[in-house]
Ligand binder design. Structure first.
Ligand code: 13P
Ligand code: SF4
Length: 303
């Protein structure tokens, strides 16, 4: 704590002086999540809460597509990300040009794009979704066939819950694709009473052995409400650390996988970001106007 304390104090002071607010994803490390963040949550909550920010400056502690979403929803505000190299394997898997080709191949089929994409990709999209509302978004569309891109596993998981035909793309989350069903079943056998709670970016075979699957916020709520004696969170490692600090009597069993992109964000970089007002997120206004529509259509769906 002695290492963190000076950074925490300096960040919280500078945040007030600059009229800045810190939005942090559930995968941020506990020092960021518990000590400097003003708003925490899953991708959907962060997007919704970004529409209600009063502060002049948003510091996005998460990955680049999250900062872009905040900028789309706050074009007049300064949006900073402490390390603009914080990417995402899903976001990197597809470009706006790829989506244009898909639309040529499947004319008239609505395009649902996961928020884990660049603004260029969102601009080619009818509506965005997150892991917490993908079924609701797919069901809201009149068409019997829906393009749900770029996460192949998220699409396969939602295809099991809807009668619609789901077309997809070969994007994967490099964190969640590493989990396997056999490995999890071995943990279940070794730890009596273990509950397995997974994220829908995992392969459907993994989701099939989970006691519950949902967005990061859904996973946290499940643990807080149900308080299983032992739980394995099939997701990024900081989730278990963050929830463990808030619930007593739950034994968090590893394994977990680290997201190298999320881990680029650190307290020293947040302080530097506030001191130097970098890295600023900018989006071509012509792209932003179209991408914003897709995000706003998602947010307009009732929770
Ligand atoms: P959610 O927080 O929306 O579940 O997303 C998980 C994720 O991988 C974000 O990068
Ligand atoms: Fe992307 Fe997966 Fe990292 Fe989330 S956890 S930012 S989906 S690579």
């Amino acid at each position: 704590w002695a290492v963190y304390a000076p950074y925490v104090a300096a960040i919280n002071r500078l945040k007030r002086e600059r009229n800045a607010v810190i939005l942090a994803h559930n995968y941020q490390t506990p020092d960021i999540f518990h000590c400097v963040a003003d708003i925490v949550g899953d991708s959907l909550k962060l997007a919704r809460d970004a529409t209600r920010v009063d502060a002049e400056i948003i510091i996005q502690c998460g990955v680049h597509f999250m900062a872009e979403t905040s900028k789309l929803l706050n074009p007049e505000k300064t949006v900073l990300i402490p390390d603009s190299r914080a990417g995402c394997s899903l976001s990197d898997s597809i470009t706006g040009a790829d989506v244009r080709l898909l639309k040529q191949r499947y004319p008239g089929v609505p395009v649902v794009t996961y928020v884990n994409t660049s603004a260029d990709v969102k601009a080619e999209t009818d509506i965005c979704c997150t892991s917490s509302n993908v079924l609701q978004v797919v069901e809201s569309l009149a068409s019997d066939t829906v393009l749900c891109i770029p996460d192949e596993y998220l699409a396969m998981n939602v295809a099991r819950q809807t009668n619609k035909k789901i077309l997809t793309w070969k994007g994967h989350c490099e964190v969640h694709e590493r989990f396997g069903a056999e490995e999890l079943l071995a943990y279940k056998a070794a730890y009596p009473g273990l509950e397995i709670v997974g994220h829908p970016e995992c392969h459907p075979d993994v989701i099939a052995v989970c006691d519950f699957a949902g967005s990061t916020a859904g996973m946290i709520d499940y643990v807080k409400d149900k308080r299983p004696p032992r739980v394995l969170l099939v997701t990024e490692c900081s989730m278990a650390s963050n929830v463990a600090a808030e619930v007593e009597g739950v034994d968090f069993i590893k394994p977990c996988n680290l997201c190298p992109h999320m881990k680029r964000i650190t307290l020293p970089k947040i302080l530097d970001s506030l001191l130097t007002m970098t890295d600023e997120v900018t989006i071509d206004p012509a792209v932003a106007d179209r991408a914003r529509l897709a995000v706003e259509r998602m947010i307009a769906l009732k929770a």
